[in-house]
Design a protein. Structure first.
Length: 315
């Protein structure tokens, strides 16, 4: 199979039929063998009914339905697990991503040898204040922190070699950082392609300003995981050593001063250096404990299902 198109969605019943027709037209005109995997992330409208109807009419269409809304990352993870195509293309269901981009994305993966190609919505039709400016700031921070040079990390239109999606773990809200996850997993051939961005035709966006706050917090998380996820003691232990060294240094100074230099002076407990020494040694000990707990958790954790599937069609 050439292509798997993975589409997570939430309450997009108005656009699904039109999106399916568009994708099918592109696939047939390019003679691709394909599958379209819709992941209904807890929709409360008629989205699942439309997906069910499409699966009955076309064996290329497959559906996954969650019991409730678990989030886009979990939906992508479920789609990646089921995907069978040599190239996996992800896109949003709101018609803002153009299926006409798929053939060129496929070509960049298969003929140009890239592991991942990310779309870049260079010309956007979103609000400048609520999306464009925060998006530019977010992408700048992501580039500086991750070392992956992309202009649009959050673009839903991406293409991957099948090996990439089978070897990365997309969880929480890490869908924004799939290129970073891929790089950390050893897939370093990452490219970017300018893609057409269209104004939303139906409904309203499901994401507000809070996604950028969550995005920055996730950026810190992925930085920590990429550097210290396997050995948290390396970070917390180093911080603990620094704090304990500072505390020990102050304690040594106070002891020498009291015993040899100024034995009749103020009590040690009346000096501010005593409290600095005490505080830094306590903090240092806490860092060590955090590091040990992190190591223990890593070695004893059990994988837990992050989403529950209610229905599957055509698998």
């Amino acid at each position: 199979m050439n292509i798997s198109v993975v589409i997570p969605l939430l309450n997009e019943h108005e656009s699904l039929q039109e999106l399916y027709n568009w994708i099918a037209k592109v696939m047939l005109s390019n003679r691709f063998s394909y599958e379209i995997i819709f992941i209904d992330d807890g929709s409360t409208d008629d989205s699942w009914k439309i997906i069910s109807d499409l699966t009955k009419k076309d064996e290329h269409v497959k559906g996954i339905r969650f019991f409730k809304n678990f989030g886009k990352s979990q939906a992508l993870h479920a789609g990646f697990e089921k995907a069978q195509g040599d190239v996996v293309v992800t896109m949003d269901a709101d018609l803002q991503d153009s299926p006409d981009e798929i053939p060129e994305l496929y070509n960049m993966i298969t003929n140009e040898g890239f592991d991942l190609v990310s779309g870049w919505k260079k010309k956007r039709y979103d609000s400048v204040i609520s999306k464009n400016i925060p998006s530019k700031l977010f992408n700048w921070a992501a580039r500086k922190t991750s070392g992956v040079i992309l202009n649009d990390f959050n673009c839903g239109l991406k293409a991957y070699k099948i090996d990439v999606v089978k070897n990365i773990d997309v969880n929480g809200e890490m869908h924004r950082y799939i290129p970073v996850l891929a790089k950390n997993a050893g897939f370093s051939k990452i490219a970017e392609k300018v893609v057409l961005h269209q104004a939303r035709k139906y409904g309203e966006t499901k994401f507000g300003m809070d996604r950028f706050i969550h995005g920055f917090l996730d950026l810190i998380t992925i930085w920590f995981l990429s550097h210290f996820g396997k050995r948290p003691m390396h970070l917390f232990g180093a911080l603990g050593v620094i704090m304990l060294t500072i505390g020990f240094g102050f304690s040594l100074y106070l002891g020498i001063d009291k015993l040899f230099l100024n034995p009749t002076g103020r009590l040690i407990t009346q000096r501010p250096q005593f409290y600095l020494a005490l505080s830094t040694m306590i903090i240092g000990t806490q860092f060590f404990v955090a590091g040990f707990l992190g190591e223990i958790i890593l070695r004893t954790k059990q994988d837990k299902k992050r989403y529950l599937i209610k229905n599957e069609l055509n698998f």
